[in-house]
Design a protein around this ligand. Structure first.
Ligand code: IPE
Ligand code: IPE
Ligand code: MG
Length: 281
């Protein structure tokens, strides 16, 4: 089937995106803790689900803007391991909303050259959600624009545990020696294997915590907390977060002098290179 042309930014938006690319590095990987749906709804005397529904609009806008500005990976924390303990009706509403959003958005993602991936304990999700996810991932798997990575039934501790178990199995079967367990082996056994670590973590809803998200991968990410609730967080707020990111100096434990010495003219992904040099990965 012939794919439709991708959505283009407006002239004004394109100008902002060009300026952002000219003013510094665009983070290769942005991870987002999409928080504050319930409070957004409460403020308007609406049921919590209204906030989750409105939040889908933010997902659409942020995915599109990230693709256009040149972000390579966007991980969205959509449902945590701990969120299964919310009231049963909220959990089932969230699952239904996930399913209907996947149905509604699959063609748009494909049209916009987005590749969909997912991390988390996917087998715990309702079977229809698993099927729709698999179908959309297969539809979009050859796309080479933004990778949209959904964290579903995900938690950092769950992920590290399953990596440890996988490594223990390999040791048990003599496939690897204990001495061979290093950072890159562990990283390769996480569900994010093959993805760069997040350069920028955005949390909406104004709270200063990680809530069991990407505990390993966030080691040197820049943190940006937005006071906006997720349903009101749109591309202008994303641009603000990227601008803020560009004003930071990522030092990876070094001193400023060393970082500047390694910099040759603001080359892209300099930070990643420094980190690779340090960790030998
Ligand atoms: C984030 O919004 C969505 C999920 C965790 C699924 P919340 O539902 O946590 O909203 P608040 O934080 O209660 O406002
Ligand atoms: C984090 O939000 C999880 C997601 C956004 C999916 P929570 O609302 O679950 O986190 P806490 O309870 O405020 O730490
Ligand atoms: Mg919350």
């Amino acid at each position: 089937m012939e794919r439709e042309a991708p959505n283009k930014p407006t002239e004004e938006d394109k100008k902002i995106q060009d300026e952002l690319r000219a003013s510094g590095d665009i983070p290769a990987h942005i991870a987002v803790i999409m928080d504050g749906n319930g409070r957004w709804a409460k403020k308007r005397a609406l049921p919590r689900v209204a906030g989750h529904r409105e939040g889908v609009g933010s997902v659409r806008d942020i995915v599109e803007a990230c693709g256009q500005v040149g972000v390579e990976y966007l991980t969205l924390y959509a449902f945590s391991t701990e969120n299964w303990n919310r009231p049963q009706d909220e959990v089932s509403t969230l699952m239904r909303l996930l399913l209907s959003s996947l149905r509604d958005e699959a063609d748009r993602l494909h049209k916009n050259n987005v590749r969909l991936t997912a991390v988390g304990d996917i087998a715990k999700l309702p079977i229809e959600v698993q099927e729709k996810l698999a179908e959309t991932m297969s539809l979009t798997k050859v796309n080479n624009g933004l990778t949209l990575n959904l964290a579903l039934s995900y938690s950092g501790r769950w992920e590290i545990l399953q990596a440890v178990k996988a490594i223990a199995e390999k040791v048990k079967h003599g496939e690897i020696k204990i001495d061979e367990i290093n950072e890159s082996l562990l990283a390769n056994n996480l569900t994010t294997a093959g993805m760069p670590e997040p350069d920028l973590l955005i949390r909406t809803g104004g709270e200063y915590r990680i809530s069991n998200f990407m505990l390993w991968q966030l080691a040197y990410s820049e943190l940006y907390i937005s006071e906006k609730y997720w349903p009101e967080f749109r591309r202008s707020h994303l641009y603000e977060a990227i601008r803020d990111y560009q004003s930071r100096e990522r030092r990876f434990g070094l001193v400023s002098e060393q970082v500047r010495r390694r910099s040759n003219g603001g080359e892209k992904s300099l930070a990643a290179k420094i980190y690779e040099t340090i960790t030998g990965t």
